[in-house]
Structures are given as C-alpha cells and as structure tokens.
Ligand binder design. Structure first.
Ligand SMILES: Cc1cc2nc3c(=O)[nH]c(=O)nc-3n(C[C@H](O)[C@H](O)[C@H](O)COP(=O)(O)OP(=O)(O)OC[C@H]3O[C@@H](n4cnc5c(N)ncnc54)[C@H](O)[C@@H]3O)c2cc1C
Length: 385
C-alpha cells in the first residue's frame, strides 16, 4: 500500500518539473516534429520513469497507481508523456517473463536511464488490430534468430536502444490455436540498425516520433528470446493492461487541462458585455466533460487497484482507456468551442492538445475493439470477428 501523502508529494514534484516546460516549448517541438529530449531527460533525472522497476534492479519499486498519478499530472499541466511513457511500462514484459540473466542485464540500465527501452513492435500494416495475423517471422539458425518482416507505428524507435518485438516463430497455419506460435524478443537496436533493421519515420498529425521498421535477414542472438518460444502472445497481453491504464491516466490529465483552460477562458473572455462563461451553452459542455472525466477517473483508479493487487483487470483496463479517451475528447471539443477562433491559434495550445488527445480513441487499441471485448467477455455475446 502506498500512502496518499506520498502520491501527493510525487504529484507536486511533477508539477514543479512541468513548470519548466511551458506551451511555447511544446509548440516549438510540435512545429519541428522534434523529440522533447530535455523534458524526457528531466523526467529521467527525477527518477520518475523508473518508478515501476523493482528496487533490486535500481528502480523505485512503486505500484502502478503512482505511475498513473505521474502521467496524469504531466498531462494536467499541459505537457505530454507520450515521448517516454513506454520507458515506464515496456520493461514489464521483461520483468515478468524474462530470465534473471536478462533482467540483470537490462533493468538496471533502464532504471538509470542509460538504456532506453521504449519501442514496442507489435502492429503490422497487413494485420492491423488482428495481432495473431502478423507476418514477421523469426527463424532459429544456430545461435541466432533471423528475422524478416515489417512493423508499422513503432513509436520512439529512433529514441530507443532496445525494442520489445513480437514475431511469429511458427506460421499461423501450422498452429492449433492462432494465439500460439508467437514469440517475444528483446532486440538491442544498437547492434542491428543499418545491419538488418531499417527505421523510417512517419510524419503524422501529432508529434509522436512514430516509425515503420523493416527487418531484412536481421540476426539477433538466440538468448534475445523472452520466456518460452511460442508463448509470446500471452506475455504481451499482460503488459497491455498496464499500458491501457497508463494511457487512460494521460487522457484524464488532458481532460483536466482542457476543462481548466476552457473555464479560465470562459471567465475572462467577454462578448456582448458579459463573460461567455455566463452562457449555459458554454458552461454545459465543459461541465458535462468534467463529469465524464471524473467518472472515467474512478474507472482508472479501480483498474490500477486491481492491477496492483495482482488481480484480473482486462475489462477494467479496457473500460478505463475507452471512457477516459472519450472524456478527454469531450473536454477537448468543449475547450476548442469555448475558445472560438482563438482555439485554432497555435499559441493557445488548444489545437495541439486537441490533435494529441484524439489519438487515444485509436491507439493503443481502438474503441470498437474494446466494445467487442466487453460484449464477448463481459456480456457473453458471440464473438463478432
Ligand atoms: C501515433 C500512433 C502510435 C502508435 N504506436 C504504436 C507502437 O508503439 N507500437 C505498436 O505496435 N503499435 C502502435 N500503434 C498502432 C495502434 O496500436 C493501431 O493503430 C491500433 O491498434 C489500430 O490498429 P490499425 O491502425 O491497424 O487499425 P485497423 O485494425 O486497420 O482498424 C481500422 C478501424 O477498423 C476498426 N475495426 C477493425 N476490426 C474491427 C472489428 N472486427 N469490429 C469493429 N471494428 C473494427 C477499428 O476499430 C479501427 O477503427 C500506434 C498507432 C498510432 C496512430
């Protein structure tokens, strides 16, 4: 159990840190599609990115609830954790399923920030959400695996030393269940970029450092395999719950920023001789989004509590992500509308946050797939796909 006072102190630390990274910093990065290295370094130096790594490997050994507070606070203060949030949780696959040798080899460096593990290669262009249809193949050859294929939307690959990679070790048509025959590897990208691995940035509507990654006879040592060959799908699924809960907390932070920014503007902006915030047409969408985000926040807390207690939390993690991404979108929409034309001006930060928060209804998992999951697994309805 972690004391609420401790969480309060951590929130305060994050708030102070974020004060050094005002809107103008993010505007410049967004304009140039540049990586916010200074912000990432500041979070690293403050030890915030290693909060989930156990103390024995050099981290703070804190529960997910603390990481939820950190990311929520970053976003509530107008900053964006997407450049490095994966440094917090991608290591979970290694921690839970890796060998002790692998943990000793990588976790202390990840905890200190000397090693970046923030690239997670799952999605492929032809498979999309249907992960078990991925085509990237890893074939054992002596002491190596040889990997061929392609990933898409592998975010932060250019700013990571290591990648958690999901590949097929047995083709889909040769396994009994489609979830079998998938394996997870920890790839040291420093050895393979330009030597079997090619990274190509994708320019997107947000500054997200996302890429396509190509594998052309890429050789990695056989001891890069995490856990047992063929069991990788289960390994990445357990990590996805943490990811969804943490992304949901970023959405709650965005919603906080939008409702605060909208309310401030609505109090100050005067049209027809009175503050626009006096009109219910302006008040109600902000108030509704506020209520939505408070409710979604409760689901995030429930999901995080279950996760920290080691209990099943797939439904809660999914619901938290869906509800929080919808709440942040409602808050963004009300904030933009409240600002009228000024909502479109870069210097107000609203248009940028509006673009950024839209992502979370699609990644890391889209709303439709969450609804399908709930329909099938919570409500007992027939599988729809
Ligand atoms: C900026 C960004 C960063 C990302 N970062 C990463 C990353 O670091 N690593 C990684 O592996 N992936 C990453 N992704 C990929 C992301 O997880 C996927 O985009 C997401 O899961 C959706 O998959 P897709 O784009 O292939 O959509 P598709 O699977 O092609 O789906 C397209 C649309 O159809 C809907 N749909 C599909 N099937 C069904 C169905 N059966 N029923 C109802 N609706 C359906 C979906 O909900 C979606 O709206 C990122 C994506 C983006 C945009």
């Amino acid at each position: 159990m972690i004391d609420e006072d401790v969480i309060g102190q951590i929130r305060q630390t994050v708030r102070q840190l974020c004060a050094d990274f005002p809107g103008s910093y993010w505007q410049e990065k967004d304009r140039e599609r540049a990586y916010p290295s200074e912000f990432v370094q500041a979070l690293t130096d403050a030890g915030l990115l290693s909060s989930l790594i156990p103390e024995q490997y050099g981290g703070a050994g804190l529960p997910l609830k603390v990481a939820v507070a950190i990311l929520e606070e970053i976003h509530s203060n107008g900053c964006n954790g997407a450049a490095c949030h994966a440094q917090m949780y991608t290591m979970g696959t290694l921690l839970r399923h890796g060998s002790e040798d692998q943990r000793q080899k990588y976790l202390p460096g990840i905890a200190s920030g000397d090693l970046r593990l923030q690239a997670f290669g799952v999605t492929e262009p032809t498979a999309g959400t249907d992960t078990t249809s991925i085509a990237t193949m890893a074939v054992r050859d002596g002491d190596d695996y040889v990997i061929n294929g392609q990933k898409v939307w592998t975010s932060r690959a250019e700013y990571s030393d290591l990648m958690i990679l999901l590949a097929r070790t047995t083709p889909k048509d040769k396994v009994k269940k489609r979830t079998e025959g998938l394996s997870v590897f920890i790839v040291d990208m420093r050895d393979v970029v330009g030597n079997g691995m090619t990274i190509r940035p994708i320019r997107t509507m947000i500054n997200h450092a996302t890429t396509e990654v190509f594998f052309d006879n890429m050789r990695i040592p056989a001891d890069s395999l995490i856990g047992e060959e063929g069991k990788g799908f289960r390994y990445v699924l357990t990590g996805m719950n943490a990811e969804r809960i943490l992304i949901a907390s970023e959405c709650i932070g965005d919603a906080n920023w939008f409702t605060k920014t909208a309310s401030n503007y609505a109090r100050e902006r005067s049209v027809f001789g009175r503050p626009i915030g006096q009109n219910q047409g302006i008040q109600f969408p902000i108030a509704r989004a506020y209520a939505q985000s408070r409710a979604a926040g409760l689901m995030v807390q429930e999901a995080a509590s279950l996760y920290d207690a080691g209990q099943a939390c797939g439904a809660e993690a999914n619901m938290a992500k869906m509800l929080a991404s919808e709440a942040s979108w409602a808050a963004g929409e009300s904030c933009l509308q409240t600002h009228g034309g000024f909502g479109f001006a870069e210097e107000y930060d609203v248009e940028r946050k509006f673009r950024e928060t839209r992502l979370y209804q699609i990644a890391p998992i889209s709303t439709n797939l969450i609804l399908s999951f709930l329909a099938e697994h919570e409500l007992g309805l027939p599988r729809s796909y």
